[in-house]
Write a protein that binds this ligand. Sequence first.
Ligand code: HEC
Length: 150
Amino acid sequence: MVRSLLAAFAVLLISVPCFAAEAVTYEKDIKGIVAKRCFACHGPQAPSMDEFKKDEEGYKKKMKGPKYDSYKELLVVVKGSDAGALMRRLDDGKNTKDGKPGNMYAYLGGTDAERAANLETFKKWVGSWTLKRKKELSAEELDAIKALEK
Ligand code: HEC
């Protein structure tokens, strides 16, 4: 009896972590993808969001976008003042009005498989994938966007 109880307990201990799907976080999953796939143009050398907004055309010519080398900076385009921008740019075309992918989608990977896998990771991280703009998002919709740091 005691022995079978112990065995049942052991099975439970081993299986519980397998069932609890581990949350996707910035530190664990997103930071590495951004560094690898986006830093050529959005890395530490890129302008801050404010600098970028002052001279968008100039930076575009130099192929520089706003810098996304910290959680705080990236969050602005996920659920901050420019909410949804990340989703609009990375969408593969399944949620866009014209069916075309966002213009940063191509940078997600070198192959279709890599792009799809990295998009899936971004989607899990965001939690509630919506292309809506800040002013179109309700408080509930904003709250549903998770984008955990750790
Ligand atoms: C080859 C350079 C390059 C790479 C690589 C690149 N981007 Fe960009 N990105 C740009 C430029 C230039 C802009 C600004 C022009 C525009 O809006 O299209 C931009 C704009 C953006 C914007 C909109 C910024 C705003 O506020 O208007 C987002 C979001 C974005 N990129 C995300 C990403 C992500 C995420 C990756 C990696 C998967 C990535 N980009 C890879 C060059 C790049």
